[in-house]
Design a protein around this ligand. Structure first.
Ligand code: UDX
Length: 447
């Protein structure tokens, strides 16, 4: 099939590349000429494992194209994916400007039947709103080309995006049009039936469940999924604080409850809290949507509150260990909101670093991928070339992101470099017993 992907951000690039790899002809469109030129040369502007190689392969095999001309790209395609950013506004509402711009371009350009797929996470009801904009634009040009809007939410995680697309837990298709649903089923058939070629052997899945529903329910599924996942994390973080007081180990508690199939072990890792480009935005959006209907989201509000508290709890731990923070040197390992990504949006590390600096600490930081200072990180944060430079003369180390290389560090060497041997394992990934044996005072989260 011929596909047009509007938006070359995270979701757009990954979706477009994976669908090209399944054999479709895909044009990714963006108004950003520099970005398109870079992509044409196979240079991917985001850090995502294996994405570069997959882009290069599909460009070389003439299935994946990049263009600034949206009109031509829309007209040449059977299905148009809206994969535009939907950032939060200061009041928590979603900024739909980019989605609106895409819908206007589609309304102006379409000249025969098209399926418009909303991949962006948009407030409930946005599918109908996109239809309205396309119709309005058509009316201005005195045309009435038929089209259908589909919601097909994306559930990929940064850092494992390609795997998550090919081996997703489910595909959700929401539309009132039988024709559009059948075409979408055909497009996703290789994933649903797991018939595409892969080096992974044995395949993690034999078949992927498909949920066909109405537009609004599909939009709701995405918000409810992210809210539930964030709830699991905040729940275990709340439990972790109780574990600390009573002397239990939250990692064992998570194992113990996670074995119950009704609960499941995933997303029960206690730590410094959740961040990223999705959970904070989506939880705030769903509260906002509920408020528009006179409802309050009591569970979601508590989930957000516990998450804020979790970041403050790290500062409390630092105070307990160091007593006075002013004048102390603290090393922070990891800036990105999770490993295997360069994304620092709502990263817990940033809140922690900024608060420590406000309290008078000198903070040294290192991240394997984040090399440019994020705009919301204090100017005073000192970037180091590696973890060992961070450790030099530090009184305390905080592991904020569980990058693999931090787990494999030579802690004997780290101990010799530090002024004091205090460590806060903000992700419960380090070998607690070994660190204690070496001579560290180890503080985890709920253990
Ligand atoms: C999330 C959803 O998982 C994905 O389905 C959706 O499409 C987009 O939002 P992402 O934001 O990429 O994906 O990362 P995710 O792996 O979900 O982690 C989110 C945050 O939760 C990270 O800060 C991570 O460190 C934290 N987390 C995750 C925990 O603190 N504990 C856990 O057990 C799991």
């Amino acid at each position: 099939m011929k596909l047009c992907i509007m938006g070359t951000g995270y979701v757009g690039l990954v979706t477009g590349t994976c669908l090209a790899d399944l054999g479709n002809e895909v044009i990714c469109v963006s108004g950003d000429e520099n970005k398109i030129n870079l992509l044409k040369q196979g240079k991917v502007p985001i850090y995502e494992p294996d994405l570069n190689e997959l882009v290069e392969k599909n460009v070389k095999e003439n299935r994946l194209f990049f263009d600034t001309d949206s009109e031509k790209s829309i007209q040449e395609s059977d299905i148009i994916f809206i994969c535009k950013g939907t950032p939060s506004q200061p009041n928590g509402q979603v900024n739909l400007k980019y989605v609106e711009d895409a819908a206007i371009e589609i309304g102006r350009a379409i000249d025969d039947y098209k399926i418009i797929v909303n991949k962006s996470t948009v407030p409930i009801g946005s599918g109908d709103w996109v239809s309205m904009i396309i119709n309005d634009e058509q009316e201005k040009l005195n045309k009435n080309v038929p089209f259908d809007v589909v919601s097909c939410p994306e559930f990929l995680r940064e850092g494992s995006a390609i795997y998550d697309v090919f081996f997703t837990d489910r595909i959700v298709i929401g539309s009132s049009s039988k024709k559009a649903i059948e075409t979408m089923k055909k497009l996703y058939e290789p994933i649903i039936n797991q018939t595409f070629e892969t080096d992974i052997n044995p395949r993690p899945k034999t078949k992927v469940p498909l949920v066909v529903t109405d537009l609004t329910s599909a939009e709701m599924i995405k918000y409810a999924a992210n809210s539930f996942l964030a709830t699991k994390i905040s729940f275990i973080n709340e439990i972790s604080s109780i574990c600390e007081k009573v002397g239990a180990d939250v990692t064992k508690v998570a194992d113990g409850i996670g074995l119950d199939k009704r609960i499941g072990r995933e997303f029960l890792d206690a730590g410094v809290g959740w961040g990223g480009s999705c959970f904070p935005k989506d939880l705030s959006a769903i509260s906002q949507i509920a408020a528009e209907y006179g409802l309050s989201t009591q569970i979601i509000n508590a989930v957000v509150q516990v998450n804020k508290q979790q970041r403050s709890n790290i500062i409390k731990k630092v105070q307990e260990l160091l007593k006075i923070i002013k004048g102390k040197t603290i090393g922070v390992l990891g800036i990105s909101f999770k490993p295997n990504t360069d994304d620092t949006r709502y990263a817990p590390a940033i809140t922690i670093i900024n608060n420590l600096i406000k309290l008078g600490a000198r903070v040294k930081v290192y991240d394997p991928i984040v090399k440019d200072k994020p705009s919301d990180l204090s100017e005073k944060a000192i970037f180091c070339k590696d973890s060992y430079e961070v450790a030099e003369n530090s009184h305390l180390l905080i592991l904020a992101t569980e990058w693999d290389e931090f787990i494999k560090l030579d802690f004997e060497k780290i101990k010799k470099l530090m002024s004091k041997n205090l460590i806060i394992d903000g992700r419960n990934v380090l070998d607690k017993e070994n660190l204690k044996k070496i001579g560290f005072t180890y503080v985890g989260i709920g253990r």
